[in-house]
Write a protein that binds this ligand. Structure first.
Ligand SMILES: NC(=O)c1ccc[n+]([C@@H]2O[C@H](COP(=O)([O-])OP(=O)(O)OC[C@H]3O[C@@H](n4cnc5c(N)ncnc54)[C@H](OP(=O)(O)O)[C@@H]3O)[C@@H](O)[C@H]2O)c1
Ligand SMILES: [Zn+2]
Ligand SMILES: [Zn+2]
Length: 352
């Protein structure tokens, strides 16, 4: 059933150019939360989807999955949220609730998981994301934004932040100093550096150029900075890292980076390169190394990273822009010209 008419910015085809688009939200059901979107982060995954690089995009597509909003209406069975609350929604807005993944707080891996946009809701409606004036989401996929966290600061944590946090959590109580590598210093990468530092790790940024060296070492507090094309620097860092968080969004040679890992080191692939990654088997075997993937984090972990952020007094590095800048924002993201995340001021953009 159709609910409120809203305006978002949608792409109509693989050019991924966004422009205003009106559509109807579903009606607020008993377990739903309707919220006005305040801010929405701009993630490289949005671009992969808008360009149909993952090959299942339905147009018109309203992207945006780092969404912070203010609750306007709640269904009769919603107990967790009240009108006026500041809330967040990340990458997923549904799952089956019954499978092993759902029962063990890993609902992001449920085979019936529903993406925040470009997916079909349980009621048959098409999901559209946070580049829009309002959203309706089932309460189980909504998190509370802590009172002392600015909403625009919170937005990137809802996808990029939890994506870095989820695989790194396993090291939280380590008694030894963990030596971390953060590969690619973009939206996810910069939060990875801040999280790893806050966990007490010794952090090396591995970057494609030296352009971000000064700010990585000063503003983000990284301990070392490696330029991946500098053979001497890379050679000196062989066998030095316990893990690498790989955030590169394009195809790359894993075997360039695997030798940086110590014996039993792990590389966590979170960058969603559309093309296959390459590595040689011997690089893995001789060193008992692990390649693993990781997809965002659970709803529980999403709440955890928000609370962790406040507890550790961390600061997301963002550039806040209005919705009519979104095409330029994507253009600059592709040119690697953002420090380090665009956040759209949706409520301040007068979409309606
Ligand atoms: N697994 C998940 O759940 C999840 C969640 C969020 C995002 N993602 C994916 O993670 C990736 C990163 O997202 P993001 O929003 O952080 O993107 P981003 O802001 O564009 O950052 C990516 C970084 O990778 C490096 N890079 C870019 N192009 C490169 C190239 N051609 N060769 C080598 N390095 C390159 C750059 O860092 P340097 O300048 O330091 O080289 C860049 O800042 C995307 O593929 C996105 O879809 C996955
Ligand atoms: Zn499930
Ligand atoms: Zn994302």
């Amino acid at each position: 059933m159709e609910g409120r008419k809203v305006t978002g910015w949608a792409a109509r085809d693989t050019s991924a150019i966004l422009s205003p688009y009106s559509f109807h939200l579903r009606k607020t059901g008993p377990e739903d939360v309707l919220f006005k979107v305040l801010y929405c982060g701009v993630d490289h995954s949005d671009l992969h989807q808008l360009k149909n690089e993952i090959h299942f995009t339905t147009y018109p597509l309203v992207a945006g999955h780092e969404v912070v909003g203010e609750v306007m209406e709640v269904g009769s069975e919603v107990k967790k949220f009240n009108i006026g609350d500041i809330v967040g929604v990340g990458c997923i807005v549904g799952s089956c609730g019954e499978c092993w993944c759902c029962k063990t707080n890993k609902e992001q891996y449920c085979s019936k998981m529903v993406f925040t946009y470009n997916a079909i809701n349980n009621d048959g409606s098409f999901t559209q994301g946070g580049f829009s004036s309002a959203m309706v989401v089932h309460q189980n996929y909504v998190v509370n934004i802590p009172e002392n966290l600015a909403p625009e600061q919170a937005a990137p944590l809802l996808c990029a932040g939890v994506t870095a946090f989820s695989p790194l959590k396993q090291f939280i109580n380590s008694e030894e100093v963990i030596r971390a590598g953060i590969l690619g210093l973009g939206g996810v990468g910069h939060l990875g550096v801040l999280i790893a530092k806050a966990m007490g790790h010794h952090v090396t940024v591995i970057s494609s150029s030296d352009k971000k060296k000064h700010e990585a070492l000063t503003d983000l507090g990284a301990d070392c900075f490696l330029v991946s094309s500098n053979h001497d620097e890379m050679e000196k860092s062989l066998n030095s890292l316990d893990y690498i968080l790989d955030t590169i969004p394009v195809s790359h040679q894993l075997q360039t980076y695997l030798p940086l890992l110590k014996v039993e080191g792990k590389i966590f692939i979170v960058g969603a390169a559309p093309e296959p990654l390459q590595f040689g088997a011997s690089g893995l075997i001789l060193g008992k190394k692990t390649i693993s993937g990781s997809f965002i984090g659970s709803i529980e972990e999403t709440q955890e990273i928000l609370d962790f952020w406040v507890e550790k007094g961390l600061k997301t590095m963002i550039e806040v822009v209005k919705m009519d800048y979104v095409n330029k924002a994507f253009e600059r993201m592709v040119k690697n010209d953002v420090r380090y995340r665009f956040v759209l001021d949706v409520a301040g953009s007068d979409l309606e």
